[in-house]
Design a protein around this ligand. Sequence first.
Ligand SMILES: Nc1ncnc2c1ncn2[C@@H]1O[C@H](COP(=O)(O)OP(=O)(O)OP(=O)(O)O)[C@@H](O)[C@H]1O
Length: 571
Amino acid sequence: MVSSLWRLIYITYILRRFRLDTYFAKKYNLVVFKLIALFFFWVPNKYPQYSIGLRLRLALEHLGPLWVKLGQLLSIQDDFFNSEITQELKQLQERVQPFASKQAQAIINRDLNGKVEKLLPFIAEQPLASASIAQVYAAQLNYQALVNLKEQLGEHDNLVINDLDDFSASTNVEVVVKVIRPFVRQQIQKDLRLLRFLTSIINEHLDSANRIRSAEIVDELENSCRVELDLTLEAGNGQTLRNDWLNSHILYVPKVFFASKDIAVVERIHGTSINNYQELISKQVNTELLAKRGVEIFFRQLLEYNFFHADMHPGNIFADITDPQDPTYIAIDFGIVGSLTAIDKKYLVENLIAFFRRDYKKIAELHINSGWIRGKVEINELERQISRALDPLFNKSLNDIRLSLVLKNLFKVGRDYNMVVQPQLILLQKTLVYVEAMGRNVYPELNLWETAKPILEQWFEKEYGLKAQSIKVAKTLPHIFDFMGHVPDDVYRLFDNQQQLLQKLEQMTTKFERQQAKIINFMLFGFGMLFIVLSSLLYSLNLVFLSVVATVLSVILLVSLIIKIFIGAFK
Ligand SMILES: Nc1ncnc2c1ncn2[C@@H]1O[C@H](COP(=O)(O)OP(=O)(O)OP(=O)(O)O)[C@@H](O)[C@H]1O
């Protein structure tokens, strides 16, 4: 509690130090930001010449991993900040001090439970890289020791050892050991709670038109941090992706050998960072092919395997340029992955194809006929809205068409009509932002239109085209015939069952009627006798008239009873 309070004070101090409170006070007109200025009046304004975007970026970098991730997330939404700020946020980098290798060693020792020397005969003293969540060390893995350990896995239930069938080695293997920063989990959790608290306070004081989608953003952050902070989940994702691409030439996925929550041992890769454009050029790499292969990989992950790497920022993608004319990709860091439902996949492809054909009516029809948009919607009006959102994208040259923007604008129109866009579709759209940026960085003339269109059309034809439908029908025919063969039996059984049911119903009705008759008889008899007793009582009290009435009533009741029994006997 006390540490959370200190952290909150530190966050507000940083807001003031970079004069973000003044910006937000103006943007949202909230007293809370004016209070910060009052409370931290003594903090000097050191960066008056810096733009707001730069100050925001520096503040987030100061605050640490969660805030950097928040900034990265906001940099690909355009309903939060203007383009100048989002451009700056796109350059967010994690400025973290490496943590002591001694601590890393202690974590490795703890999780490998006394087997470190056997499994990892060499671990470098200095880290290879230090990111905000993890630090990475070059190391050597004794492969045979790992094979033996897998056989007696029971003893090491904190470790997940992946299937080793897809890898073989007779000597030590070059690996990297990824170690989660000590206390980063606690710090991120604490910051998440504070972020939720701060955004809810802000939201409470905003009028509905200005409210921010805070809960949605914080949920998304929490979700991605949950996976990134548990390396066993990353190990599982890595294995799935590796299996998908095992026989492919264009993407290599390094082997994740094993992991605990805090460490992962991964095959070491040697590639050129996809950001290193200078090297790609100086080695005369076929950048056009490289860029096109990037787009192909993205769509194949989605359409063929339905499992996509969703953290494709340039730090995680490398190129193997051993043969510059045949460049291929290497992907690392499998913390965030995604997959789509069959319906979302169809939605995506159909809409993109219709967009390529500039057929906005078709897009409108798709949204209505498939029930994505419910309620009464005027098709022409929807078509107009879609055209308004998408047509400006055509005004650019084909090279500049950004599919990520197409999707984003489409989702926006959908949301205006209360369509619920599934989070995985949003994740995909955000991944596409990186894929497109990367492709254009590698080969500025990349024409996504030309590259993606045939892939999408082929997939759609394969899945939903005439041939695919005929094959599907042909496959279902035996089942239909089988079903029809059983129909007479089933119908007979149905009728038979129905007959039995009717008989049962009849029996129950008769029983009920009998019970009912008995009750009526009993009541006629009971009331008849009651009136006889009443009549003699009234007579003894000299109430002759009333006594006669009671006698008459009792006679009526008893005679009715006799007639009823008499009729019942002849039924
Ligand atoms: N298999 C590998 N081979 C060689 N280098 C690696 C490997 N895995 C990671 N690295 C190096 O370590 C860096 C950080 O690794 P990784 O991206 O997996 O960590 P992270 O904490 O998830 O970082 P972030 O979330 O910021 O991307 C990479 O950018 C790369 O330089």
